[in-house]
Design a protein around this ligand. Structure first.
Ligand code: DGL
Length: 267
């Protein structure tokens, strides 16, 4: 069986690559819902419905034992319901894990925390809630950074500079000790964010946290890891072959990875 990684689009490939670097032996299927990206400004119900269809595809058609929801918006708005309702009814022996809680756990080690995320993730309040569960004294400041997703997809690091400054300004005014990059695409701008935030601010980036946490999870849960095949394969599934698909998958994952267009079964 495989490890499935799902994102609203291709930003999750940054996390997928880091996971694969940490655990190269396993077999991976990545699903990017490129036809319907972005999820960041969609309603709660729409994000749940889309995420359920994608996760269902990875379980049914790709025979995944575990699916990582690499999308923060979907982790914030759909993960709990997917775990409690969809998984329990359809695949009780398998697992769905998100990327938001691992980052929130890391952030909770600090007391003043800034969060950059999509509008949907910020509106859900999930980062604040999860951080406060671990550290009741923490102060969390959030700011949506909507332009960074399209700018990352266009590879526009230079153009992004002034937006990064604008989005960080209200967070930096709160004198945070750490800033969470709460969206799949933001690690693309990590060095710029680090430079603007200054050396004293810890940048919490999921591509550095999730692989470690997943490895640990698999070590502790042999009922999942024991089912995983180890032929070192990876493929990328997309719901639409857009102009950027080849370019972004080569940039954020690996050149020459098989890219397959799939059709979701609307459930
Ligand atoms: N994958 C989304 C996230 O991490 C960003 C792109 C989108 O808005 O769909 O929140």
């Amino acid at each position: 069986m495989k490890i499935g990684i799902f994102d609203s689009g291709l930003g999750g490939l940054i996390i997928a690559k880091a996971i694969r670097r940490e655990m190269p032996k396993y077999d991976y299927a990545y699903l990017g819902d490129t036809k319907r990206v972005p999820y960041g400004n969609r309603s709660h119900d729409a994000v749940y419905e889309f995420a359920r269809e994608c996760v269902d595809y990875l379980f049914r058609k790709e025979n995944c034992a575990v699916v990582i929801v690499a999308c923060n918006t979907a982790s914030a708005r759909a993960l709990r319901k997917l775990q409690k309702e969809y998984l329990a009814q359809n695949f009780p022996g398998r697992k769905i894990l998100g990327v938001l809680i691992p980052a929130a756990e890391e952030a909770a080690k600090y007391s003043r925390i800034g969060v950059l995320a999509t509008a949907g993730t910020v509106a859900s309040g999930s980062f604040s809630r999860e951080i406060l569960k671990k550290n009741r004294k923490a102060e969390v400041f959030q700011n949506p950074a909507p332009m960074l997703v399209p700018l990352a997809e266009e590879g526009e690091k230079k153009l992004a500079e002034k937006f990064i400054g604008k989005y960080l300004k209200p967070l930096l005014a709160k004198k945070p000790e750490a800033i969470v990059l709460g969206c799949t695409h933001y690690p693309f701008f990590k060095s710029q964010i680090r430079r603007i935030a200054g050396k004293k601010v810890k940048i919490i980036s999921q591509d550095e946290i999730v692989p470690r946490k997943l490895k640990e999870y698999l070590r502790l849960h042999s009922q999942i890891s024991g089912k995983l095949s180890q032929k070192s394969t990876a493929k990328i599934l997309v719901t639409d072959i857009t102009a950027n698909v080849k370019k972004l998958s080569a940039k954020w994952f690996l050149e020459k990875t098989r890219i397959i267009r799939i059709f979701l079964h609307h459930t």
